[in-house]
Design a protein around this ligand. Structure first.
Ligand SMILES: [Zn+2]
Length: 316
C-alpha cells in the first residue's frame, strides 16, 4: 500500500505529494516541506503516536525529478497494528517507487486552496499544546471526506506521472477513468500524442520537444512530430508568454525548469491541457511575403503545462 496522502501538521490537511510539491514552489505560500511534519494519513494511527512519528518526502522539492515523488516510511516511522500504510517498507526498492499507483479520477481545473488553522498559525504566542492530536481531531469534524480524498487533484503533474510511470501497462491506463471538466475518458484516451491532435479537442496533448526557443516576449516549444493534414506535414508548437511567467506564483521554479530544458541534451517531453493547437498561417522568415502553415497555440495557464523527462515514452 502506497501513501496516497499524508497528514500535514501545519496545514491540518491531508496532502498528496503533488500538493506538497506545488506548495513548495508556490512563492505566494509560506510553506517549506522540510520544516513541516508529515504523518500517517490514517486518523486512528496518527492519534496513537506523538507528532514526531513522521514520514519522509521523496522528491518533494526537486524541480526536475526523475523518479516518482512519494511519501515514505522512515526507519523510525511506526504504525498501529492493522494500519494499511504499515506494510509500506522503509527501504523501498526501485520497483516499489517506480510507479504512481494512486490515480486521481478527476483533474480539477481550479487550484486547491488551503486555510491555515488559526490555532496553529498563532502557536508561537500560546502555551505549547499537545501536538498533532488536537488538530487532527478538529480536522475530522470540520472537513468532509470529499475534501481530503486523494481521488481528485488540481496538480497537473499528478495525472501526468500516473500516465508516464505506467506507460508500459496499457491495460491499466485503459482501465483507469479520468474526468476533466465535463469530459470523462480513460487515462489512455485522455493523453493524446501531439501528432494526432486533430482527433479530438480538449485532451491532454503531449510530445517530444524538438527545441525550445527563447524569444524576447515568449518561449516557443517546438514538437518533434508533425501533424498531417491533406497529405501535408505541419509543424506544431506552443507559445508561453513571458508576462504569464512573470506573474506566475511558481515563477522561480518554472524558469529554473524551462531554462534547464532549453540547454538540456536529454529527451524532454511537453504535456499540456486547456488549448488545442490550430492551423495558422505565419509569415516566412526568409520571404516575409510568403506564409506557411503551422499548428500553434498560446498556453493560457502555466498550471496546466509540464516539461519533463519521461523515460519509456520514447518507443510508444
Ligand atoms: Zn499508519
Amino acid at each position: 500500500m502506497k501513501f496516497d496522502t499524508a497528514y500535514c501538521l501545519s496545514l491540518d490537511e491531508k496532502l498528496s505529494i503533488y500538493d506538497v510539491r506545488d506548495l513548495n514552489f508556490d512563492e505566494t505560500a509560506a510553506f517549506d516541506s522540510d520544516k513541516d511534519s508529515f504523518l500517517c494519513p490514517n486518523d486512528d494511527c496518527r492519534a496513537a503516536f506523538a507528532a514526531g512519528n513522521v514520514l519522509g518526502t521523496f522528491n518533494g522539492k526537486n524541480v526536475n525529478y526523475l523518479r516518482t515523488p512519494h511519501f515514505k516510511n522512515l526507519p523510525s516511522t511506526r504504525h498501529i497494528e492493522g494500519c494499511r500504510y504499515a506494510s509500506h517498507k522503509a527501504t523501498a526498492g526501485e520497483t516499489e517507487d517506480g510507479r504512481e499507483e494512486n490515480f486521481p479520477s478527476e483533474f480539477v481545473l481550479t487550484r486547491r486552496q488551503y486555510e491555515r488553522k488559526a490555532a496553529i498559525q498563532g502557536a508561537t504566542d500560546v502555551i505549547p499544546q499537545a501536538p498533532a492530536k488536537e488538530p487532527s481531531r478538529i480536522s475530522n469534524t470540520s472537513h468532509s471526506a470529499s475534501e481530503t480524498t486523494p481521488d481528485k487533484t488540481s496538480v497537473f503533474a499528478h495525472p501526468v506521472e500516473c500516465y508516464v510511470s505506467n506507460i508500459d501497462n496499457k491495460d491499466k491506463l485503459k482501465g483507469m477513468p479520468l474526468k476533466i471538466a465535463e469530459q470523462t475518458a480513460t487515462y489512455w484516451a485522455f493523453f493524446k500524442k501531439i501528432e494526432y491532435l486533430q482527433d479530438n479537442k480538449g485532451l491532454i496533448y503531449w510530445g517530444r520537444i524538438k527545441a525550445i526557443k527563447d524569444y524576447t516576449s515568449s518561449f516557443r516549444i517546438d514538437f518533434e512530430k508533425k501533424v498531417w493534414l491533406d497529405k501535408k506535414p505541419y509543424s506544431v508548437n506552443v507559445y508561453l508568454n513571458k508576462k504569464l511567467i512573470e506573474n506566475y506564483r511558481k515563477r522561480k521554479a518554472f524558469l529554473e525548469q524551462i531554462k534547464a530544458a532549453v540547454d538540456s541534451e536529454r529527451p524532454l517531453y511537453c504535456f499540456f491541457y486547456g488549448v488545442t493547437p490550430e492551423l495558422k498561417q505565419v509569415p516566412s522568415k526568409k520571404n516575409p511575403e510568403q506564409t506557411f502553415g503551422v499548428f500553434s497555440a498560446d498556453i493560457q495557464n502555466l498550471d496546466h503545462l509540464l516539461i519533463r523527462e519521461a523515460p519509456g515514452l520514447e518507443e510508444k
